[in-house]
Structure formats: C-alpha cells, structure tokens
Design a protein around this ligand. Structure first.
Ligand code: PEP
Ligand code: MG
Length: 855
C-alpha cells in the first residue's frame, strides 16, 4: 500500500492528503479522519517517520515548510504519533512560539494572568524536555505573575547560559530534534519493545495550531468519552475546566465541570448545552466512522469548539469484550471483527476474581503462575486443616511443599493453593486449573517450618498458620493480607462473543473434566464434550481408599475382583453423573493411570491404621509397601502396565462404564462412551486390553439384554506410541496425544522436578519457554506430526486430539489445526480461551487465503 504514494516528509493534514499510519503514525492518521468527518480540528502538519529519523540523525528540518500553513506568529503544539498509541512516545509540548513580544501582545488580548501561565508553561516544558535542565528550578509558581515569570526566565538563563530562545523557528527546530532523539534512546526502545513494538518502529510528529483554552469569552479544555472504561457500558464520562489546557480538567482538584448532568455538581450539559450536543454528535460520528470507542480531547476558545485529538479509550479486559460486542451488535463492525479484537488471554481475567490493578501489593514472593485468578484466605498447612477451615466457613489457602493425590480433598476445600515445588504441569497446577482454583507453584524461596507452623519468606518475614495471604495465580505473586479484588465477569457480552467465535471455529474444543463439578463448568463454557476424564482421583475419596488398599493387599485375582466389586456401584454412579451432565456429548474416560504405591500410607501412623483395618501384622504391611516401591514410579508400573498385570481394575472400570452407559441412555440422550488406555507403548498392549474390554461388554450385554457400543482409544504419551502410531491406530477409534507425559519423556525431564531449574534454563535460553507450558513444536511437535501422519495413513478416519495441558494454548491449537487434528481438550476454565483462539486462527487463515491483511 505504501508504495502507491510518494509520501512527503511534511504533510498538511487535509482530507485528500496522502497519509498512512505506517508512515505518519496513528495520531496523524486519526486526525485526518476527524478532518474528513468534518470536525473542527485546528490546522495540523504531520512529519513522517522518515522525516523524524533524519532529524534524529542530525539533519535540520525544513522549518519553513512546517510553519508555512500556520501564518505569521504561530502558537503551536507538538505531539508524538507512533504507529500504535500503545508504543508511547515523548510527551506533548504546548504553546510553542511564546516569546517576550508575543507575551506582551497576548497580555492585551487574553489578560496578563492567562498569558503569563501560557508562557510559564512553555518555558517549563522547554527547559526540562528540550534544554534538559534540572526540573526543580522550573516548578510552576502558585501565582502566575510577572515577578514569577522574571524569576523563571532568570533561572533559565543561569542554568542554560543563554537567553530563552525567542524565535519560533529555533524553538520548533530544537523541540523536533529533542523529541526525535528521545525516541531513539535506549530506555524508550526497551519500553516499546516490551509493549510489542518491532525494533524498527517509527515515530511521526504532529505540529498543530494551538486552540488556547485560556482567554476572553468561554475558554477551557476537556476530555470526553462515551463508555465506562472498567465495564464498557455506555456512559458519558470526562471533565471540562474553564481557563485550562491539555488534560488539566482531569487532574483539577475542583472547579472542573461534569459533562453530563450529575448529582455531584454542575455540568457542561447544563451550562453549555450546545457545546455538549456537538460533543455527543462528534462522539457518535467517531464511534460509527472510526469503528471504535474514542476519547476526544477538546477546547473552547472564545466559545468556539475545537477537537484536538482522539485516542482509543483505555479499557479493562472486561470493557474490551463489551465494547467489541456492542459495536458489532450496533452494526458498526462485523461479529467476525469483534472476535478478532479480543485477546484470548484477556478472557482469563474475566473468568476469575483478580487483584484490582489499582490496589497496592505487599509481595511476599513470586512463584510460577499456575492457575489464574486471585484468592485470599488464612494459611493452612494440611489438607485436613483445609477441610476443617471450610467446615467453619473460613476461606483458606492450602500451603504445601508439593501436593499429591491425598491433598485433593483439601484442595477442594481451599480457595487457593501455594506450593514451594513443582512447575506448570505439577499435580497442584493441573488440579488447580481443573477446579478453577487460583494456584501458585514453585515458590522456592519460601520455607515451611512445620514444627512451629510458620511460613518464612526470603526477607525473613514470618507468616503463621491462620495469617491472611493472597495468592495471585495470574501473576504468580503471593501477597500479604487482602488487597482489593475485581469480581469475575461472565456477562452476556462474554457469552455473545464466544457464540460468534463458535461460528468461525473449525477445530473442536473439549474439556478435561474429572468430577461432576468440572463437567458442569465444562458445559457452562460450552465444551463439546469431555476429552479426558482422569479416573484415579475417584479412588481416593472416603471409604474408596480403604477398599483400594484392601485390593492392593489381596494376593489372588479372584480376591481382587471380590474387593473391587464394592467399588463398582460407586464408579458406576461417577460415570452416570458425567453422562447425565454431558447430555449426549462425548465423554472420554481414561482408565486407571497412577502407580498403586500412591494409594498406600507413607507415615507410621497410617501404616499402623492400615494394619488394623486389614487385620494384618505391621511387618506384613510394611513389607508389601516396600515391595510396591519403585525407583522411578512415573516410568514404572502404571497405566496400561497395571491394566495388563492387575487386569481386575480395568475390568471393574469397564463394567462400571458399560452399566452407566445403559442406565444413562435409558434416562436421556444415547451415550457412546469413549474409553482411553494410558501410557501405551506397544500395539500388543492395546490388543490385550481391547480383548478383555470386549469380553466384559459381551457379558454386560448378555446380562442386561441391552445393546450399546463403545469406542476404544489410546493415549499417545510415550515417544514409542507416537512412533508406532500406525500399528496402534489399527485397534483404536481415536488417539489422544498426552502432551504432558510426552513432553516429560521426550525431554527426559521430570514434570514434578523441572520447576527447580526451569527459570535458569529459560533465562539462559537453553529453552525458549518452559516446554510444559508452551508446546515444543520442534521436538515434541515432530513426534506429534509423525504420530498423526502414521495413524492417518493406517486409518484415515481415526479421530485425533491433544489432551495435555497445552491443549488450550494458542500455539498448540494452531499446530493441531495445521496437522488436521479433530479437537483439543483443556482444563474447563481454558475452554473459552481455546474457543476464541481457535476462531481467531480460522479467521486469520480465511483472510490470508482471501489475500487480505490482518484486521
Ligand atoms: C498427559 O500426560 O499429557 C496427560 C494428559 O495425562 P496426565 O497429565 O494425567 O499424565
Ligand atoms: Mg499422562
């Protein structure tokens, strides 16, 4: 586009001038749009990025060309115009052109006090920003009179060792030089890089005739916008202050008018209804024609309204959603554009309570932000205490070195979780995300003194059990006390945006959900099914744990079956609940995965209690526990290996699933359960399990006379399973890539220990990112690609998906779309984010195939 024009270095902003945000910056282009919309914008000249670069390099600007449109004795403002307003730029300088002779003339025109304040203001900006003098000497005096002006002039002369420049050409040239060089400075570069600006981001400058805002008749300045920046609800907001300039009205302690009628005080609407009406009309015009909620900066000069600038209204994530949806509902933008305007990451702020960004934060430490949202509660150090606290109705934060399956009930009872160890796929992180529970993990500089029940921070501060802390799982901060919070906002705008997103999305989104509560959350967020139900937690609850332990201690298969029969009705009820909540949407149940050792007590008291319950000698119990101990349990007897060597567990689970299928299908929508086998590494494992499950299905059909089908699938989470996906696919209706274990095994990197050194690894660029957090597209991605291709070659219509923690992330969704996967499955609270990301990716593809630029 840029090549069509031969852009001049200096351009008068007129309706037909050749201007582009990529050449002159966003502010210059926006001013041209306001001019085209017939708004009273003072004469403005734009300097292009190229012009500013030359000035920064020492070239003298063509001052005559710049000043030409302003006539003799101009009074000007200079403002930055970077490509995106978010990238910042040097501060504006007003009243350029003030000099002694101009001052005397203006004393006659607008009064001495008004003229003095203009001159003082200019000297102050020039001295500190251009001459770079010490700002203390140039504080604005309380009373702007001639004596104060003389003092400030003298200070300038002493500090700068020259007279204050009197020639507008010299003033402007110096100002342009100083602003251009400021943009090239290291801190400005770092700042804008942090905001996403490219290294070569340009700066334009706009030079505008001053609309004074001070003087005779109604003079003043103000700022108006038409939405509430926190909620995005329509509302006229802003202030107007007589005899003022710039954004003074917003900081005036008193005397500023409200804009619309307001019980708190007088308003512009009452005092200057015509001006107010014009502003409302201009607001409406900018909204519909610039297709955005804008904030207008305006002045009145002798009653004459001028629009000096318009900027996009700054807004919270919640307002971002509401504004985009309202613009689309009003037909100003398309639903498609509304969907592209919201950053999916911003949605996560709406799904959870957050620490109010305006609140002060007393940070105790920073760990890994593992599950977003913030929660405040009293410190408890054990899962039992968390349950006791919940029973008392007291919010608590469960603080553990790391969590294990035994802590799950405590996690359910807590409002937030903090661990000293672990990374983003550690137990605490995975369960926290599943429950929507704010969670910070890997806060390794905190110590727990169990004996005295205190938590000791790196700075020596101590927090006792019962003290109030806040975990901020969005930032990873642990804060002392209770800062102000913002509530979650799942309002109708949020729902509408996601409904639109679903219209554009071309990959499925399911949820990882283990409990009825998870499943309900998944449905509330419109997940298309459950992509992974981890069943092991079901065995930790109440009496089930004792039955499990009894089963582990049984020597023979028949004994194990007999014990497991007691678990059967409970498992059946678990699955019934899930099927009912999911109302015919697919539910993928993963068979038992963890090593049995996890179910056994680890302390003496627990072992004694178990010996009592099982009526065994303490030494027998200890021996059995030792027998089950493994050097490397995550690579040991777990998953399908257990399914093959202790088949009774899978058989009981399969029966429970089939019986629940029959019962749920009788009550509601027909259910075709999906059963997934974990930790497979060889085709024969699948064959063996399949045969056993088929046999159970036949038995259940014969016993009940009911007919049902099921789909058997494999979790591809070992590198070998990915490599042998072609064979494995032959016995599978679906394959789901478990990217947590696949990452662990591809890197040979423990999920639970990586947190200890991950930050050093990322800091030293060994890894670009934590691979448990951001899917490693190069290595793990290659295995996924191979696995998907080999599976599809063998069974073209096999259903493929990702169900590791990466499933909800944009990069993983993009990868999954490119490889033709059918769906991703992620924690319930990430479902909305995944739906929006998937829609944006599909729309970006559509635009690029239509040869359009990104919106
Ligand atoms: C995985 O390994 O990616 C997975 C989803 O299973 P889990 O996290 O339960 O090991
Ligand atoms: Mg796994």
């Amino acid at each position: 586009m840029q090549k069509e024009f031969d852009y001049a270095d200096v351009t008068l902003i007129a309706p037909d001038a050749a201007m582009s945000p990529a050449v002159h910056g966003g502010r210059a282009k926006c001013l041209q749009r306001l001019v085209r919309l017939g708004m009273p914008v003072p004469t403005t000249v734009a300097l292009s990025f190229a012009a500013v670069r030359k000035i920064a390099a020492g070239e003298v600007p063509d001052i005559n060309a710049i000043l030409q449109p302003f006539g003799p004795e101009p009074l000007l403002s200079v403002r930055p115009s970077s490509q995106s307003p978010d990238w910042g730029g040097p501060g504006a300088i007003l009243n350029v052109g003030m000099c002694d002779s101009r001052y005397e003339a203006m004393c006659g025109q607008i009064g001495e006090q008004a003229a003095t304040s203009l001159y003082l203001r200019f000297i102050q900006s020039y001295a500190t920003h251009v001459a770079r003098l010490d700002d203390e000497a140039f504080d604005l005096p309380e009373i702007p009179d001639r004596a104060a002006l003389a003092r400030v002039m003298q200070a300038y002369e002493e500090e700068a060792e020259e007279r204050f420049p009197q020639d507008v050409r010299r003033q402007l040239s110096d100002i342009l030089g100083s602003m251009s060089r400021a943009w090239e400075g290291t801190s400005a570069r770092l700042l804008r890089r942090a905001k996403g600006a490219p290294p070569d981001a340009g700066l334009g400058l706009v030079v505008q005739a001053m609309a004074l805002g001070v003087g005779q008749g109604e003079c003043g300045s103000g700022v108006i916008q038409f939405v509430d920046p926190s909620t995005g609800q329509p509302q006229v907001r802003g202030r107007y202050l007589s005899q003022s300039q710039g954004r003074d009205a917003l900081s005036a302690p008193s005397g500023a008018l409200y804009l619309t009628r307001d019980p708190r005080g007088p308003s512009l609407e009452e005092q200057l209804p015509e001006t107010f009406g014009d502003l409302i009309a201009y607001g409406d015009r900018t909204r519909t024609r610039l297709r955005e909620e804008m904030q207008l900066e305006f002045t009145l000069d002798g009653g004459q309204l001028a629009i000096l600038d318009a900027v996009r209204v700054a807004r919270t994530s919640r307002a971002t959603v509401r504004i985009a949806v309202d613009l689309a509902l009003d037909g100003v933008i398309s639903p498609e554009e509304a969907v592209t305007r919201v950053d999916p990451a911003a949605l996560s702020e709406l799904l959870h309570r957050q620490v109010d960004p305006a609140a002060s934060r007393d940070r105790v430490t920073r760990g890994i932000a593992a599950s977003p949202g913030a929660a405040t509660g009293r410190i408890v150090l054990t899962a039992n205490d968390a349950q006791a606290s919940a029973a008392r109705g007291e919010d608590c934060i469960l603080v553990r070195r790391e969590t294990s399956s035994e802590d799950i009930r405590g996690m359910h009872a807590a409002v937030g979780v903090l661990t000293m160890r672990g990374g983003v796929t550690s137990h605490a992180a995975v369960i926290g995300r599943g429950l929507g529970l704010p969670c910070v993990v890997g806060a390794s500089d905190l110590r727990i003194d169990r004996k005295h029940k205190v938590l000791i921070a790196a700075d020596g501060r101590q927090f006792r059990e019962g003290d109030v802390v806040t975990v901020d799982g969005t930032t990873g901060d642990v804060l002392a006390g209770e800062p102000a919070m913002l509530e979650a906002a799942l309002d109708e705008a949020f729902q509408q945006l996601l409904t639109w997103a679903d219209d554009f999305r071309d990959i499925g989104v399911r949820a990882n959900a283990d409990t009825p509560a998870d499943a309900q959350t998944a449905r509330n967020f419109a997940a298309e099914g459950i992509g992974l139900c981890r069943t092991e937690h079901m065995f930790f609850e109440g009496e089930r744990l004792s039955v499990m332990r009894e089963m582990i201690f049984a020597d023979k298969g028949e004994d194990r079956t007999a014990v497991l029969e007691r678990l059967l009705p409970m498992q059946r009820a678990d699955f019934m609940d899930l099927f009912e909540i999911m109302a015919g949407h697919p539910v993928c149940i993963r068979l038992f995965d963890p090593p049995l050792h996890e179910f056994l007590p680890s302390d003496n008291a627990g072992i004694r209690e178990l010996a009592d319950v099982l009526d065994l000698q303490l030494s027998d119990v200890t021996r059995r526990i030792e027998e089950l101990e493994e050097y490397n349990p995550m690579l040991g007897m777990r998953g399908v290996r257990l399914g093959i060597t202790v088949p009774e567990i899978y058989e009981m689970q399969a029966r429970a699933i089939f019986e629940a299928t029959i019962a749920a299908s009788r009550k509601g929508a027909a259910v075709v359960p999906e059963i997934m086998i974990p930790l497979v590494s060889a085709m024969r494992e699948v064959e063996l399990v399949k045969n056993r499950l088929d046999a159970i299905a036949v038995k259940v059909r014969n016993e009940t006379g009911a007919s049902f089908t099921y789909r058997l699938g494999v979790m591809v989470e070992t590198p070998r399973a990915a490599l042998r996906a072609g064979d494995i696919a032959l016995h599978s209706a679906f394959l789901s890539f478990g990217t947590n274990d696949l990452t662990q095994m591809t890197y040979g990197l423990s999920r639970d220990d990586a947190g200890r050194f991950m930050s050093a690894y990322v800091q030293q660029r060994v890894y670009d990112e934590d691979p448990f957090h951001t899917l490693d597209l190069e290595g793990v991605g290659e295995l996924l690609t191979m696995g998907a291709e080999r599976a599809r070659d063998a069974v073209p219509d096999i259903v493929l998906s990702i169900c590791g923690e990466h499933g909800g992330a944009r990069s993983a969704i993009e990868f999954s779309r490119q490889r033709g996967l059918n769906y991703v499955s992620c924690s319930p609270f990430r479902v909305p984010i995944a739906r929006l990301s998937a829609a944006q990716l599909a729309l970006a593809d559509r635009r690029s195939s239509a040869g359009l630029e990104d919106v």
